[in-house]
Design a protein around this ligand. Structure first.
Ligand code: HEM
Length: 225
């Protein structure tokens, strides 16, 4: 029998990524969206985008901590899916919400800092999505890696945009701020992880831990006469 060509992680990434759009379409077609369907769609695509972004930022730590290299291979798919959701999120805002009335749209964006921040994140995302293919990796050489580090700027911008669009008090944790704060905390942890000495320390600690664990699970040697 022919072997299934995809790994479980690969299947999980694609299934999770498409689930946002499929569920949204299902709820749209069956009239399950809220009383404000455009806002509902805007919010759902925004949340799916930021979740995919967090999963993308998680790939490198997974490799460093667990020496599991497969997530590194899934970064491109996660990045492109994130960009897809951000683009749909923006199209819903620009077309369904504002009917592509560009001057009105521009006025709205420049008046609301949370939209400026979101738009900035989207602009930064464009060159990353365009150059995510192998041909650009070859063409840009060392600069490709430098350029793609910008993803660590998109994280905090997306968090700011998210928390700014919620009502509540960050200090007393009243209102709708808890979920965006959790996302912010996770993004912050991944950013701290990028600091070279932190990353080195975690890598060497996890190497020792994994060696210790594998030593413990190894069967003791039995001397044969
Ligand atoms: C990386 C880029 C972006 C990400 C990750 C993102 C993510 C999000 C998230 C998580 C929310 C909140 C969802 C909720 O309320 O539960 C949201 C809301 C929203 N976003 Fe974005 N967004 C991005 C860019 C943009 C851009 C470029 C625009 C348009 C200029 C935009 C317009 C909006 C609007 C209008 C809302 C709804 C706010 C409200 O309900 O008051 N977003 N976005």
């Amino acid at each position: 029998m022919k072997k299934f060509p995809y790994t479980p992680l690969q299947v999980a990434v694609h299934v999770y990524a498409w689930s946002g759009l499929i569920l949204l379409l299902f709820d749209f077609l069956t009239g399950r969206l809220s009383a404000n369907p455009i806002q509902d769609m805007e919010r759902r695509t925004g949340r799916h985008a930021i979740t995919l972004l967090v999963l993308l930022l998680m790939c490198t730590p997974m490799n460093t901590i667990f020496k599991w290299s497969e997530p590194l291979k899934r970064r491109r798919a996660l990045g492109l899916y994130t960009f897809l959701y951000v683009t749909i999120h923006m199209i819903i805002f620009a077309d369904l919400d504002y009917g592509l009335a560009w001057s009105l749209l521009l006025q709205e964006v420049v008046q609301k800092p949370r939209l400026i921040v979101g738009f900035l994140a989207f602009l930064i995302f464009i060159p990353l999505a365009v150059t995510s293919f192998d041909i650009w990796k070859v063409r840009l050489g060392k600069n490709w890696k430098r350029l793609h580090r910008l993803v660590y700027l998109i994280g905090p911008l997306a968090f700011l945009h998210y928390i700014w669009s919620k009502k509540g008090d960050v200090l007393t944790l009243q209102g709708e701020v808890v979920k965006p704060l959790i996302y912010g905390l996770v993004i912050a942890v991944f950013l701290v992880f990028r600091i070279p000495p932190v990353r080195k320390a975690i890598a060497s600690f996890s190497t020792r831990m994994l060696a210790l664990l594998s030593g413990r699970t190894r069967q003791p040697k039995v001397d044969t006469p």
